[in-house]
Design a protein around this ligand. Structure first.
Ligand code: NAP
Length: 294
């Protein structure tokens, strides 16, 4: 007979139909006996210390069939880092001096894309929502410029006209767009793309939590006329590039040429609120929930 322990679970209460609400998840306390099943040798007991809160979780909570990848580990050296690396270097094929725009740029993936683009010698602009965070006492846009060294940054929530905003930061157009949000921003970017530009379709967070019917992008003719290459990717299809990613990123971390911000919520009770906050931009950087400290 093993030791009986009480443990907390966050339970998925119902399929999400339109927008996720904190009440779509609920907290339950149960009991379990920690015992090794009969006949099992060499069993390892695993304790989760952190949960990773990712935008794609919402897709799993909708009643739809999706061929989504499963992600396991998380840190700048794993999923978000690999996503930034693969998406930027493989799908955007950057060249020195090119202009790069990153949306959701203060997030787990975006902050690294911007720093990789600077290292590649590009001019980089990021957009993010306006958020004051006591830990940093900086708005997200300030974080982009002052911590991640983007050339420019703007708060897309304050812009009435995305076309005008993009024209302001890219008077000669955009060579590379790293798309984390989709929707109206993608549509505006297509108007500003330069000849032979590249768009890496990494994520479409603006579409995950709002509408039953996804927004249309009505100006795809720009992709034709400007010979733009748009390509979606899943990081999980490219894990064979992980050694190359480490080869590049480990020295950069050691030399403090890249930096990374995480947003850590305390306790499993905070998981529903943390997930909900992801779709309203409450997080700054990679969102994690600490389940246990040791
Ligand atoms: N293709 C892949 O294999 C892969 C792997 C990982 C992640 N992704 C995708 O990459 C994107 C970024 O993921 P992440 O883990 O780095 O998340 P994240 O950026 O850390 O968090 C999401 C951020 O998106 C912004 N956001 C939320 N709703 C938005 C909206 N309606 N319009 C514009 N921005 C919005 C919020 O910041 P603001 O304050 O800026 O609004 C929020 O902080 C997501 O779309 C995700 O699905 C793809």
């Amino acid at each position: 007979m093993g030791e009986e322990i009480r443990y907390k679970q966050v339970i998925f209460s119902n399929y999400v139909k339109t927008s996720v609400k904190e009440s779509d998840l609920s907290l339950r306390t149960s009991k379990i006996q920690l015992k090794i099943p009969c006949g099992c040798d060499g069993v390892v007991l695993v304790k989760n210390l952190y949960l990773s809160i990712d935008p794609f979780i919402l897709a799993l909570m909708k009643n739809q069939e999706l061929d989504l990848p499963s992600f396991t580990l998380d840190s700048k050296l794993c999923m978000p880092g690999m996503t930034a690396y693969v998406g930027f270097f493989k799908f955007c094929s950057p060249k020195k001096g090119e202009t790069v725009y990153v949306s959701a740029a203060s997030g787990a993936v975006g902050q690294l894309v911007g720093q990789f683009a600077k290292i590649a010698g590009c001019y980089v602009v990021g957009s993010a929502g306006n958020k004051e965070k006591s830990a940093f006492a900086l708005m997200k846009v300030d974080l982009l410029k002052n911590k991640f060294r983007f050339d420019e940054a703007f708060n897309y929530k304050e812009e009435q006209d995305y076309n005008a905003a993009l024209k302001r930061y890219f008077p000669d157009g955009i060579d590379i767009y790293f798309d984390n949000v989709g929707g109206k921003m993608l549509e505006a970017v297509l108007n500003s793309m330069r000849l032979n530009g590249r768009v890496a379709l990494c994520g479409m967070i603006s579409q995950y939590n709002s509408l039953e019917q996804p927004e249309g992008v009505h100006n795809l003719i720009n992709a034709l006329v400007k010979r733009v290459r748009m390509e979606g990717f899943f990081t999980s299809d490219h894990y064979h590039l992980y050694p190359k990613f480490l080869e590049m990123v480990v020295p950069l971390i050691k030399e403090e040429k890249i930096t990374y911000v995480e947003d850590i919520a305390e306790g499993i009770e905070s998981a529903p609120g943390a997930l909900f906050g992801l779709y309203s931009g409450r997080n700054v950087g990679k969102l994690l929930v600490v389940v246990a400290r040791e």
